[in-house]
Write a protein that binds this ligand. Structure first.
Ligand SMILES: Cc1cc2nc3c(=O)[nH]c(=O)nc-3n(C[C@H](O)[C@H](O)[C@H](O)COP(=O)(O)OP(=O)(O)OC[C@H]3O[C@@H](n4cnc5c(N)ncnc54)[C@H](O)[C@@H]3O)c2cc1C
Length: 403
């Protein structure tokens, strides 16, 4: 079989396109395999969600030449306000205190997904779509990939295959990589609201008895809403009228931002934590949501995925530059080792936030409220939380630390 490519990337979402862009000047022969047509991707209702990007993520997007084209569409988060409804604890983080321009940015997933796909196409990165991977076999020198393209079947080979095909990753399944899935029995309700009081670039995370609620500044006078409810509650809230939805939202959030008015359709995203048992098998590696799909409560999913992208890109550049095999087992295992700690930290942090703040048990409510109050009074702990929120905890990949 021919060895057609050095690198095949399965999945033309945020992770897949960002990786291709990071490697565009290496001379590697690469292609992206995407299940959808471009039109289907851009029209997907899933794009109607807001992403909170940490400061560290923005630095990496800048280094990759991605941020410059979307900066105008993003809203800066200057303050973060975390509170527990019905209890005393609250904490505030501010960009001014942390000596940074912004703690993070909010942007619509559609804006950034469309932008990276356009940049990849302008960089002449080959896109094979709509096509699905239906078989994988790692050999000594290459990985062999069977594809279905409409009624047509064909195969390709590469030195390395990267699975960036999302939470339901076919690559992960075809590689027989087990996954640990935690079902929270929760659904994210997502929409946009207009607020009668200006948001002043403040992101609100409010923990309520019925689930966490985030209002993220989005444009001058609107906020993106990510509201986590039980599956049953979410179903009822979607089945009810917009008026009933809005009045329950207002009741949960309160009047800190005045009257809220719906400015976009309501959408739902079922929530679970999916973590692959390993990242590497043969000449393949999985990154982004294919390796870890998180609850959005802490807004860490793509932030973590982009750190996978940048770490892998840096290592591939070095390995390829040294004339070494980019699909070699010891090389891929080294990548997995590099990423393990960050995965453990962020997945553990997110899972703990979901569990601690979804619990109305009095002792836990007390612990988290004391925690929030103490946090507000201990500058070092607050600074650590701010650094976590900004995506600056742990080692920053070199690409991300470049200015
Ligand atoms: C409600 C909600 C709010 C969120 N908020 C935040 C936030 O504030 N901050 C943050 O950092 N993250 C957030 N996230 C997470 C973030 O959206 C994801 O982490 C990110 O989109 C994952 O990107 P990805 O490229 O890894 O996967 P995906 O975006 O799922 O892309 C996978 C791509 O692979 C393609 N594909 C799938 N199967 C195949 C196949 N067999 N063959 C070929 N192609 C295939 C798909 O069509 C898709 O294009 C949120 C998620 C949700 C649901």
């Amino acid at each position: 079989m021919r060895q057609d490519y050095d690198l095949l990337i399965v999945g033309g979402g945020l992770a897949g396109n960002s990786l291709a862009l990071a490697l565009k000047d290496t001379g590697l022969r690469m292609a992206i395999i995407e299940a959808n047509t471009r039109e289907q991707l851009y029209a997907s209702p899933a794009g109607d969600r807001a992403l909170a990007l940490a400061g560290g993520t923005v630095k990496m997007l800048e280094a990759l030449g991605i941020w410059q084209g979307i900066r105008q569409a993003a809203t800066a988060i200057k303050n973060i306000h975390i509170s527990d409804r019905g209890h005393f604890g609250k904490t505030r983080l501010s960009a001014q205190q942390e000596n940074v321009d912004a703690l993070g940015y909010v942007i619509s997933a559609r804006d950034i997904e469309t932008h990276v796909a356009r940049l990849a196409s302008e960089a002449n990165i080959e896109l094979i779509c709509p096509a699905r991977v239906v078989g994988l076999m790692s050999g000594e020198d290459a990985i062999h990939v069977s594809l279905k393209h409409g009624d047509e079947s064909f195969s390709l080979s590469a030195k390395l295959l990267v699975g960036a095909d999302g939470g339901q990753s076919s690559v992960r399944k075809l590689l027989d990589i087990d996954q640990k899935a935690t079902e929270y029995g929760q659904t994210a309700l997502v929409t946009t609201v207009k607020t009668s009081v200006p948001h002043n670039n403040t992101a609100y995370e409010r923990f309520t008895a019925s689930g966490p609620l985030a209002l993220l500044p989005d444009g001058d006078s609107e906020c993106a809403v990510v509201w986590t409810r039980t599956d049953e509650d979410a179903k009822a809230l979607m089945a009810g009228s917009e008026k009933d939805f809005l009045s329950e939202l207002q009741e949960c959030f309160g009047y800190r931002l005045g009257e809220l008015a719906l400015a976009a359709p309501r959408r739902t995203f079922p929530l679970s934590l999916i973590r692959a048992e390993k990242m590497v098998s043969g000449r393949a590696v999985i990154i982004g949501n294919a390796a870890h799909q998180l609850h959005p409560v802490a807004g860490q999913g793509f932030n973590l995925g982009l750190r996978d992208v940048v770490a892998l890109a840096e290592m591939i550049i070095e390995q390829h530059g040294d004339g070494q095999d980019i699909g070699a087992a010891d090389f891929l295992n080294r990548y997995a080792k590099v990423r393990q700690k960050d995965h453990n930290l962020v997945i553990g942090f997110t899972d703990n936030v979901v569990r601690i703040f979804s619990n109305e048990w009095l002792a836990l409510a007390l612990v988290r409220n004391i925690g929030l109050t103490l946090l507000d009074h201990i500058p070092a702990a607050k600074a650590l939380l701010a650094r976590q929120a900004m995506g600056l905890v742990g080692r920053m990949p070199r690409l991300g630390s470049r200015r």
